[in-house]
Design a protein around this ligand. Structure first.
Ligand SMILES: Cc1cc2nc3c(=O)[nH]c(=O)nc-3n(C[C@H](O)[C@H](O)[C@H](O)COP(=O)(O)O)c2cc1C
Length: 342
């Protein structure tokens, strides 16, 4: 049994790093009877600790924390391709009055410190994306009383996460907004929807675990179909982007409503990892150049994307979106969760 079996609303609020799933959104989803997830990605341990306290101040209900399992790209292998990507960004960076970022090759996004912080804090759930957490981390979190959830994007990844002792698998299909959680960042993610993944995973040994369906879930019909196909809950990101509590920036909110952004694609353009986003000039100009070197490519492009967002320029920032982005609603998250499960 997982705590997911006892949720009033079988909806996990996706952890959305980059300032989207801020504490008020996490708490609002849990208060609505779902499970709010706080993203640890890109936060310093100090910021994460403050976020954890903020969520606790806002709700007594269970919530979870999500960590990026670090990628460790080899500098000598990729340095030239990253330099060429940086070079290609220079004109746009100059136009926006910034320099592209400098790669930080050894960065693990403070993995060890976050593992320890989460162990001390012992949230109801610890979820991981981009890989399978090491056995030591899994054992420590479980000993502290947390359930361990792992995002997978293929049958093979499900088997690996099952073998590593995951309590729950999050099956992320190709419809998803934001980064694909594919364990090997340089591999092309399998082209499979969450319903297809449910079928594949349920047919194997990992099918004995509770499964969460993610990707493109924006209507109550989507939720019903996922539950009927064997999911215990759904994880929704895009559906919450325009909620009142979301931390999405004004430019991001406007981009999701911009009639000139008509196509949702998957691209490595922004960070080197495949991600679901609305097609814009950044995708068109950098998509073919971005090497599959996460998170380094994102460190290089970060100042450009942030400056564009600050300037209200939707063509030069990332507009993460799943296939259901047109159905985003501007209302309190509780209403969105209720409608999804109504
Ligand atoms: C803006 C944004 C940021 C995201 N950040 C994270 C993250 O930090 N960790 C994570 O596990 N998934 C992240 N995701 C992916 C979600 O967990 C989930 O798989 C996805 O939102 C599901 O597809 P949907 O957006 O169509 O609902 C993010 C998604 C979006 C849209």
């Amino acid at each position: 049994m997982s705590l997911l079996h006892n949720l009033e609303a079988p909806v996990v609020g996706a952890p959305m790093a980059g300032g989207v799933s801020v504490p008020p959104l996490v708490a609002a989803v849990s208060e609505a009877g779902g499970l709010g997830m706080l993203p640890a990605g890109y936060r310093t341990p100090e910021q994460l600790a403050a976020d954890l306290v903020d969520v606790q101040d806002l709700t007594d209900r269970p919530f979870g924390v999500n960590l990026f399992v670090p990628d460790r790209p080899r500098r000598e292998e990729h340095e030239a391709a990253v330099a060429a990507y940086r070079e290609a960004l220079l004109p746009r960076a100059a136009a926006l009055g910034v320099d592209p970022g400098t790669p930080s090759w050894g960065s693990t996004d403070h993995w060890e410190d976050k593992v320890a912080l989460v162990e001390t804090f012992a949230p109801a759930v610890v979820s991981c994306t981009f890989g399978v957490p090491d056995a030591d981390a899994v054992a420590r979190w479980r000993a502290a009383g947390s359930e361990v959830h792992v995002t997978v994007t293929s049958g093979a990844e499900a088997l690996a996460a099952h073998a590593a002792g995951a309590d729950v698998l999050i099956l992320q299909g190709q419809e998803a907004g934001g980064h694909r959680g594919t364990h090997d960042a340089s591999a092309d993610p399998e082209v499979v929807y969450h319903l297809g993944l449910l079928e594949v995973v349920r047919a194997g040994p990992a099918g004995e675990l509770p499964l969460v369906a993610a990707g493109g879930v924006t209507t109550s019909g989507d939720v019903r179909r996922a539950l009927a196909a064997g999911a215990v809950a759904v994880q929704v990101g895009t559906a919450l982007l325009l909620s009142a509590e979301s931390g999405a920036s004004p430019t991001y909110r406007r981009a999701l409503r911009d009639p000139s952004l008509t196509e949702r694609v998957t691209t490595r353009a922004f960070t080197g990892r495949v991600a679901g986003a609305l097609r814009n000039a950044f995708v068109d100009e950098l998509g073919g150049l971005a090497p599959s070197v996460f998170p380094v490519v994102g460190q290089v492009s970060g100042p450009v994307r942030r400056a564009a967002a600050a300037a209200g320029e939707v063509q030069w920032t990332h507009v993460w979106a799943g296939v259901g982005w047109r159905a985003c609603q501007e209302r309190p998250a509780a209403g969105i969760v209720r409608e999804l499960t109504g």
